[in-house]
Design a protein around this ligand. Sequence first.
Ligand SMILES: [Zn+2]
Length: 248
Amino acid sequence: MSNISIKKYHQFGNLFNYIKITLLVSFAAYSMNYAQIQDKNKYNLRVIDTEQAYKELIQKNSSNNLVDIKKLIPSLKLDIRYAGKNNFLHEQVYNYAKAFLRLPAAAALKKVQKELQKMGLGLKIFDAYRPYRATVKFYDKVKDTQYVASPWSGSRHNRGCAVDLTIISLKTGKELSMPTEFDSFRETAHSDYLNLSSEQIKNRDLLIGVMAKYGFENLPTEWWHYDFKDWGKYDIMDLSFEQLEGIK
Ligand SMILES: [Zn+2]
């Protein structure tokens, strides 16, 4: 081999090594990214969507338990709007009229109900835990995050820490007069709206006050929506009501 040929051979060999190393590094980086992506859905959000993952969460901390609140608080009245067509989509979203909340939120709601009972009143539940797939469905229909949660962030309902409700009279079973219907997108639904009857303001403020006392914060644009104080500690879930029933 001439001197020139040896030099060319070395140059070629170096180039080959360079390509080989580049490919290896790229593959390693791709593999790491792929492992991270697998944990998250297409909206880059981590969603608990298997019964096994949910069971593991409960084993780590029993607060993760999603409790059937009607079983815990039998005196609650349920009017789960997404289990029928009486909702803003005019479509049935859930197969069953069920309401679940994480254990500490459910226990707090029990205290709210107890306090209202002393006044001859009780709670009527419109919605509680909402599987993530329903949030995606709402967004696909409405495409406006002013009114529905985005699939990128999920809803606090998906974490089992939000509840939509109103107050009823235990004697008549009827709802107290409130500023609007459930799921109204009007300004009248805002919790500081004042152009209402004094009775409506009194009823709304009673609900906001008693919920706040037990750790539920009102959403300022929806008098009926309340987030439990520790919602950020809980994962977004996408298990159906049927799956939750089956796990119990
Ligand atoms: Zn809500």
